[in-house]
Design a protein around this ligand. Structure first.
Ligand code: NAD
Ligand code: ZN
Length: 377
């Protein structure tokens, strides 16, 4: 597989082996002391040791901050910023899934700016300005969030677990090294859940009503590529082509959702907050009720989605989605993953207050969210 370079808007080196380009790239820029930011699970895998050795082979003095876990919180960012200062780092190398990359995106910011990470969330009443931040490159190890090409960092509040967003072009990765080989060790359940996140990004951004033909084109192609690869990536973890397709679909989804998202994500944000559910799994569990609700508003778009996943004319998209979820082993219901009826009140409240559904193709009232959760239950 050859390594190809794209730019929309991030420079992306894409292909098997692309990770090897990171060390020489930093060294060429005169950087000397990278801090790798990653999660606890990955820090224990050989993958991080191998990447560290690659960077060292390029003459760099490397330290690793492996303190990210779960839906990451503010203290994980602040600890990362302390590690950056302790190492006297001059750049950040984010390695991991959405959680590690979201933290990596703002570690350099907090190491060089005053205050707490929560004072940089976009809707903070006295949001602090973001100036120049240290050089940051990203190496994704999951194919789902596409955080490596996005300008937002999703960090949960320590006590309430409410997800807050730092949103700025300043925190975009300068360069992404998208190497599907880094995802070969992903367990099938994580491949399935993160893959559903990627599909949901592409689908929701395509369905949202904003005028953005560029993103619509990317989203439809992202659905096509993800639809053909996800089952293979789950069943054959070592299939580099399927892994590459999922990594591409994931980045396309995140590039497309600069347009907008929809109500599936509002539900998923609530499930992350209330039940600490994995983000991709939460989307996978909520996508059918929301799509069944959306279909009457934008039937032509659903016909187009059916077309790009290869269905015959007149065949419906949502049953295809349900079948795919079943094949890749997504849990059958919210109840099966530990959600309880007594959670519904808070889930509805948080989903209704979430911004994402404001760009859903059909307006959602709290009663609609109540129905979505009940149907998925
Ligand atoms: N910034 C954005 O635009 C954006 C968009 C969607 C979601 N998110 C955020 O991303 C997070 C979810 O990210 P995610 O779905 O990538 O999951 P994750 O980062 O939480 O990773 C899931 C699990 O997979 C493990 N893992 C990661 N890579 C692996 C590999 N190559 N081999 C083996 N195990 C591996 C991790 O250790 C972790 O246990 C949430 O915090 C969510 O809020 C951000
Ligand atoms: Zn998502």
């Amino acid at each position: 597989m050859s390594i190809t370079k794209f730019s929309f808007p991030t420079t992306i080196h894409f292909g098997a082996g692309a990770r090897k380009l990171a060390g020489p790239h930093l060294a060429e820029l005169g950087l000397k002391r990278p801090l790798i930011v990653t999660d606890k699970g990955l820090a224990a895998l050989p993958l991080i040791g191998a990447l560290k050795a690659d960077l060292e082979a390029a003459g760099l003095a490397v330290a690793v901050y492996g303190g990210v876990f779960g839906n990451p919180t503010g203290s994980q960012v602040m600890n990362g910023a302390a590690a950056y200062k302790a190492h006297e780092a001059d750049c950040v190398v984010g390695v991991g899934g959405g959680a590690a990359l979201d933290v990596a995106k703002v570690v350099g910011l907090l190491a060089t700016h005053p205050g707490d990470v929560m004072e940089y969330v976009w809707d903070h009443p006295q949001v602090r300005p973001i100036g120049a931040v240290p050089y940051f490159v990203a190496l994704p190890t999951t194919s789902g969030t596409g955080s490596e090409v996005g300008r937002s960092s999703v960090i949960s509040e320590e006590d309430t677990h409410v997800k807050r967003v730092i949103f700025s072009a300043a925190i975009l990765a300068k360069v992404v090294f998208a190497d599907p080989e880094l995802t070969l060790a992903l367990p099938p359940a994580v491949t399935a859940a993160t893959g559903m996140d990627a599909l949901t990004h592409n689908i929701e951004s395509y369905l949202s009503p904003a005028y953005h033909p560029l993103c619509d084109g990317i989203a439809l192609e992202g659905v096509r590529i993800g639809a053909r690869a996800l089952l293979t990536a789950v069943r054959e973890p070592g299939n580099v082509q399927a892994r590459a397709d999922m990594m591409m679909s994931s980045m396309m989804g995140a590039i497309a959702f600069q347009k907008d998202l929809g109500a599936v994500h509002s539900c998923a944000h609530a499930l992350g907050t209330v039940c600490d559910l994995h983000h991709g799994l939460a989307n996978a569990l909520m996508i059918e009720p929301v799509m069944n609700f959306n279909i009457e508003t934008v039937p032509a778009k659903f016909a187009e989605l059916a077309h790009v996943v290869g269905l015959a004319a007149g065949t419906a998209f949502v049953p295809w989605l349900a079948h795919l979820k079943h094949q890749i082993g997504i849990a059958p219901s919210l109840a099966a993953v530990g959600v309880k009826r007594e959670h519904f009140g808070r889930l509805v409240e948080i989903a209704a207050a979430d911004m994402c559904h404001q760009t859903n193709p059909r307006a959602c009232a709290p009663a609609d969210f109540e129905r979505f959760f009940a149907e998925a239950f």
